[in-house]
Write a protein of this length. Structure first.
Length: 257
C-alpha cells in the first residue's frame, strides 16, 4: 500500500476513535452523578415477611367464631318454677327441693302473704267455694238469691284471706317455719303427689330442718270467728278447717306438677 493510502486510513481511524471518545464522554455526563443505592434485603426480613403473609392467610382461612354467650344450665332451667299455674293462678312460694335458700325474714313472709291474698287470681277459689256452699245451702242464715250468694262470697273471701295470713305469716313468724313450698320434681306420679300432700303436715323450719306444720294445722282452724254464732259449732268449724286444708293440699299438688 502506498504512503498516501496509509495516511488516508490513519486519518479515518483517528476520526472514528474521536467519535467514540466523544460518545462515551456524553453518556457519562448524562448519567446521574451518584448511583441509586440497591435495596438491602436480609434473610430476617424475608422470614418476617413470610410469617406475616402466613398469619394473614391463616386468619382468612379460620371460620368466624361468635362471642361466647351466657346460657343457663339445664339444671337451673329445671329448678326454675313457673310464677303462674296454668298462666293464671299465682305461684309465688314454690321453689325446688334441691335449692338452699337463706331463711325468710319477717318482712318477706308478710309481703308474700299479701301478694298471695290480693293477686287478681285469688278471687277464683272464693267464687267456686261460695257457689258450692250456696247450692248446698251450707249456711241457711245467709238466705237465697243474689243477696244470699254475695254473703257466701264475702265470707269465703274473708275466710281465705284470714287463713292465708294465719298459715303463711302470723303462725310461721311465731314458730319460725319456712312458708315456701319445696317441690320434689322427680319420681313417679304417686311419689310426687304423696310428697305434695304430706307437706300439709310436714314443712321446713327457718333453719332448713323438717318440722311439723303447725301453721297449716292450727292456722287453718282459726278462721270462723266472723261467722254467725249458731254456725260456730264444733262440726262447722271442723268443716271449715277441712275445706281450708283440702284447698291448700290441692294447691301443693298443683305446684308440684
Amino acid at each position: 500500500m502506498t504512503n498516501p493510502s496509509r495516511q488516508y486510513l490513519s486519518r479515518i481511524s483517528i476520526g472514528l476513535l474521536g467519535l467514540l471518545s466523544g460518545g462515551c464522554l456524553y453518556a457519562q455526563q448524562a448519567l446521574p452523578s451518584s448511583p441509586v443505592p440497591a435495596t438491602s434485603f436480609s434473610a430476617s426480613d424475608s422470614l418476617s415477611s413470610s410469617a406475616f403473609s402466613f398469619s394473614r392467610s391463616a386468619k382468612a382461612a379460620l371460620p368466624y367464631a361468635p362471642a361466647p354467650q351466657s346460657v343457663s344450665s339445664s339444671a337451673d332451667q329445671a329448678n326454675e318454677q313457673t310464677k303462674r299455674i296454668f298462666g293464671i293462678v299465682a305461684n309465688l312460694r314454690a321453689v325446688s327441693t334441691d335449692q338452699h335458700l337463706p331463711p325468710q325474714t319477717f318482712k318477706e313472709k308478710f309481703v308474700t302473704t299479701t301478694e298471695d291474698s290480693f293477686d287478681y287470681s285469688a278471687i277464683a277459689i272464693p267464687v267456686a267455694v261460695a257457689g258450692y256452699n250456696y247450692l248446698s245451702n251450707s249456711t241457711p242464715d245467709f238466705g237465697t238469691g243474689g243477696v244470699g250468694y254475695v254473703r257466701y262470697l264475702w265470707h269465703v273471701a274473708v275466710d281465705q284471706t284470714s287463713e292465708n295470713y294465719m298459715v303463711e305469716f302470723f303462725v310461721p313468724a311465731a314458730t319460725h317455719e319456712d312458708t315456701r313450698f319445696y317441690t320434689l320434681g322427680r319420681g313417679g306420679f304417686f311419689t310426687r303427689a304423696g310428697y305434695a300432700l304430706s307437706r300439709v303436715v310436714v314443712t321446713r323450719s327457718d333453719a332448713g330442718n323438717p318440722t311439723f306444720n303447725i301453721a297449716e294445722i292450727v292456722g287453718a282452724g282459726i278462721c270462723s270467728a266472723y261467722y254467725p254464732t249458731r254456725e260456730r259449732s264444733f262440726s262447722n268449724t271442723g268443716s271449715h278447717w277441712g275445706v281450708n286444708v283440702g284447698i291448700d293440699a290441692m294447691a301443693f299438688v298443683a305446684k308440684e306438677f
